[in-house]
Design a protein around this ligand. Structure first.
Ligand code: ATP
Length: 572
């Protein structure tokens, strides 16, 4: 599995999907640039999302808000105080990680703890650190890059991660040492030698001020040199606060603060939604799996505003709708699933939350969260600004509550309805980069042709997502076919499809395979017969089948194939 993922990342680098950012300067950890094919794939996913949620409906409008967000907005939303992950350091390896994503301890068949170092030399260095600094006299042995720590007893923690312990065996009958075990170890090495967990705010803070904040910090510190550290910290924070801004950690707050403007200017009343796609930033404790977790990423978010009495109904509706969107583009729908959050995982104000997950090569990973957020978001901004986010029901005497009947159908039940209410929010928050990674993994197929050669790669991307829709190929060494090839390409380009003409001196089969590898769904071949009767062939990536059509028909045929998936969607 890991090998397949490496092969996919290698393909992405070789063929222009993804590059390490600033590679000629040694690269920047966790930062990626999207190459010519990557940018198309990402744009096509986003376009599919936007078409489906904005253009195909009349109850959702778009918005594009500022990335730089003032402190009060994120203070009101709770991000300044609560947008934290727990952070743990490993005392042995110095790795930093999130305990909620870390694995449980692995024991060998005798109940001892194997710690896996990257190599033999590091294993010996770590042995010394363990002996001298972490647990002197602990019984252990080293074999190659593996340190085996002898354990007398490992007690698993209770449901809250408390009261677990590891008791170690010691040399020379020294009294045994016990360490707390909270149910996780450092993910790369299985090391249980960890610091306590502490919260870490994930937001990138910066300052909208021409004066260098560091200068202010230095000056304030010097001016308050006799004060305690806590007082200096408070004074510095107070000084910097007016110019403090954040790179938004999600796009949603920009939507909430514009709620009243949209209601007023677009004449919207619930139920209606606001869609936004854009960059978000999180100073993640651990960057992992290529573009799966990066500090800078794009989100496609929909905030759907509903009356409190319709919220449960619309939560169910969007759970279903969003899951269907994922499945419609998938080759292997069985690798996508929905997972409901437990009450412990949910924010205190949320009533329901479901993740869409994809089975990545390293296991299930979240690609989207759909949440019933109640009235929390708008209420917080009302509380802090006095904004008028209340909706006045134009017709309060007509009261209907949408409710699921016992038989699973939706009933409209007459009920009391207040004339004014603060809308509830159903949110769908989806990572565009993660979507791209999930669909690349889903599309990646290795095909063994049975000719003794290594398997070749075919990216079976949904044609709507494929970066290049069509490659036009004149037969090799026949310049008289070039002008017809260009004409065909021109008609396809005018449809807005990324089309290339491939006239290199490569056998046609090899050119087909090169396009299969990057997911191009159709190759159009211009051959001798084309000169006689104006026909060309269209080859299908997945079946290898070819159909011969008049060259002027190519764009209609491909349009029909592309629209098939879309037309099906419209019937949902
Ligand atoms: P995780 O538990 O993986 O950190 P999360 O629950 O914090 O994710 P949300 O806040 O629900 O994520 O964000 C919504 C979506 O944004 C996620 O489902 C994911 O697709 C995407 N996302 C979140 N953080 C990142 C990141 N650091 N890099 C790439 N995509 C991300």
């Amino acid at each position: 599995m890991a090998q397949k993922f490496r092969a996919l990342l290698d393909l992405c680098r070789r063929r222009g999907f993804l590059y390490q950012s600033a590679e000629i300067y040694g690269g920047l950890r966790g930062a990626y640039d999207y190459g010519p094919l990557g940018v198309e794939l990402k744009k096509n996913i986003l376009n599919s999302w936007w078409r489906r949620h904005v253009y195909y409906r009349d109850d959702v409008v778009g918005l594009d808000t500022s990335i730089i967000t003032p402190h009060p907005v994120l203070k009101a939303s709770g991000h300044v105080d609560e947008f934290t992950d727990l952070l743990v350091d490993c005392n042995l390896t110095k790795e930093r990680f999130r305990p909620d994503k870390a694995p449980e301890i692995k024991l060998d068949k005798h109940g001892n703890i194997p710690i896996i170092a990257p190599d033999k030399t590091t294993a010996l260095e770590w042995k010394e650190i363990l002996e001298k600094q972490i647990i002197p006299n602990v019984k252990m042995s080293v074999e190659g890059n593996r340190i085996l720590i002898y354990a007398k007893e490992v007690n698993l923690p209770d449901a809250d991660g408390q009261n677990g312990s590891i008791t170690f065996e010691m040399w020379n009958e020294q009294p045994s040492v016990q360490l707390a075990y909270h149910g996780y170890v450092e993910p790369n090495t299985n090391s249980p030698f960890l610091t306590d967990s502490r919260p870490f705010n994930l937001m990138f803070k910066t300052f909208l001020d021409p004066i260098d904040p560091i200068e202010r910090v230095i000056q304030t510190t010097l001016d308050n040199a006799e004060q305690s550290k806590a007082t200096i910290r408070q004074t510095v924070d107070d000084q910097l606060k007016p110019s403090t801004v954040f790179l938004r950690p999600e796009t949603a707050q920009g939507v909430f603060v514009n709620f009243e403007q949209i209601v007023r200017t677009m004449k919207k009343t619930p139920p209606f939604g606001i869609a936004q796609v854009g960059k978000s930033f999180r100073n993640e404790i651990r960057l992992e799996h290529g573009i799966f977790r990066t500090p800078e990423f794009e989100q496609m978010e929909l905030e759907y505003f509903v009356s409190p009495w319709e919220a449960t109904h619309y939560f169910e509706y969007w759970r279903k709708e969003r899951y269907n969107w994922w499945l419609e583009h998938a080759c292997h729908p069985e690798n996508f699933r929905q997972r409901d959050h437990t009450s412990k995982e949910m924010a205190h104000y949320a009533t329901g939350c479901t993740d869409v997950e994809y089975l990545f090569p390293w296991g299930w990973g979240e690609i989207e969260g759909v949440a019933h957020r109640g009235g929390y978001d708008l209420a917080q901004h009302i509380k802090n600004t006095g904004a008028n986010f209340e909706i006045t029901d134009a017709n309060p005497s007509l009261s209907e509550r949408v409710q699921k009947a016992g038989n699973g159908n939706v009933d409209l039940i007459p009920t009391e309805k207040p004339a004014k209410y603060i809308p509830n929010v159903i949110e769908s928050s989806c990572g565009l980069n993660r979507a791209m990674l999930a669909y690349l993994c889903d599309a990646f197929h290795e095909v063994d042709e049975g000719n003794g050669k290594p398997p070749r790669t075919v990216l079976r991307l949904d044609p709507r997502l494929a970066p290049i829709k069509c490659a036009v190929m004149p037969l090799v060494g026949k310049p008289e076919l070039n002008s017809l090839s260009e004409k065909v390409a021109k008609t396809l380009r005018r449809k807005g499809w990324y089309t290339v003409v491939e006239s290199q001196k490569l056998k046609i089969g090899k050119r087909y395979y090169r396009h299969d590898e990057i997911g191009t769904p159709w190759c159009v071949t211009v051959d001798y017969q084309s000169l006689e009767d104006d026909t060309v062939t269209i080859r299908d990536r997945d079946t290898g089948n070819q159909e011969r059509v008049h060259w002027k028909e190519v764009n209609h045929v491909i349009d029909g194939k592309l629209m098939k998936g879309e037309a099906d969607n419209l019937l949902v």
